[in-house]
Design a protein around this ligand. Sequence first.
Ligand code: NAD
Length: 496
Amino acid sequence: MSTTDTTTALRDRVETVLAATPKGLLINGQWREASDGSTFEVENPATGEVLAEMASATREDAAAAMDAAANAQEAWARTPARERAEILRAAFDLVQERAEDLALLMTLEMGKPFAEALGEVKYGGEFLRWFAEEAVRDYGRYMDTPEGNLRMLVTHKPVGPCLLITPWNFPLAMATRKVAPAVAAGCTMVLKPARLTPLTSQYFAQLMIEAGIPDGVLNVVSSKSASSVSEPIMADPRLRKVSFTGSTPVGKQLMKAATDNVLRTSMELGGNGPLIVFEDADLDKAVAGAMAAKMRNMGEACTAANRLLVHESVVEEFVAKLAEKMAALTVGNGLDEGVDVGPLVEAKARDSVEAFVADAVERGARVVVGGARAEGPGYFYQPTLLTDVPADARAVTEEIFGPVAPVVTFADEDEAVELANATEYGLASYVFTEDISRGLRIGDRIEFGLMGLNVGVISNAAAPFGGVKQSGLGREGGAEGIAEYTTTQYIGVENP
Ligand code: NAD
């Protein structure tokens, strides 16, 4: 098919996919209206058009979803792991089958280019397959105490009903990264998707129903008011855990609320990732890594390389190469073939990115590429490369969440580490050097939960994903991911 044909085929599918996406609340296996009939609109950030009207959960709906999760917990915990695993595996297959529909929904409601959305379906789908495999291998142990007076029976049990709150930037992957381990562990759940991007989660929930998830195990309550959902659920003593991905301020608020009932928490919060380019780096590799780590998802990723820290001896060459790549990016509607950079998620996000650039320029930064919003009805901002950025510019000290790359220089390894760690965040970091010993030495010194060595994208369902410092608590994915949803029980048995 030609470029135009592909684009036309995608656009022709929009109405069908939107019509197939449930707009209600999923409570106890039934899609239903909000108790007071209220709704909210979902907008396409590339056009400003309304895509759908969704039921908006009230406090009563949230309480009903919590009831459903609590009532389903006991039977679900007793369901054999193999059965739970097979539901996940069936969901994985359905996600592959409907990959284009899921990707289309993400492009429509969030803005990312369709090819990137397909990439997210692949990545997000893998959590279903990975945790289908993990579900049946969550080993306990049986052993003697050191004194030989007791046998110890140590088992993992589901922690209990969970509240899962997801952000808008990866609408599918953030949901599967929580739902899959919860299902694998035998927990029931209430999922609250982000207000800006509920459609993908709703479609995914329908696939989970098709895959055989029992009534009440997965409840989905979208709402225009996040606190109307989180408050009644978190006040309910039957809730045992909250898993949140989003901004650090909201995460802190939820952690405070979690103290009342001593809830388990997993917190995947904000980031301010450094990407360090040493003088011995392969600069083409570093530029490719920077493009991936900075420009993927329009820079709206918690793992984004927020700051590019470059050795002063190679900065000129690095900036020239990166500028060429950034200037060649095509900005536009993610449904159009050849588009590399979609819109930001909403007007507020675009205005915020604009303010970061204005602040940097005011403090003396130089705009090498971009530096302005792009024309159009949507919320577009040009890919922007800034040099001579002072250390106190907001683009260096805060999470930008947009397609803006500030370059800061350093003189030696100690200074690189010091600059990298000079943030309250500690999620993703990237290091480019051809000296592997140096790379591993930086790994020892850098205060980040994740580090890419000569690579700009490291997320994988098999890897433990998570941050240190104010980037959060807990890990998602890997062998660690299921442990977030289990609790350990020890039974001491009299020695026969
Ligand atoms: P956000 O904190 O505004 O919202 C995240 C979710 O929390 C949404 O579902 C939102 O509706 C809900 N929410 C907002 N206020 C709430 C409240 N008072 N009580 C309960 N729920 C509430 O974040 P966002 O703008 O959607 O996402 C961007 C942020 O998420 C960035 O800081 C980014 O770094 C972070 N993020 C982190 C990861 C990670 O894995 N560490 C992944 C993606 C995004």
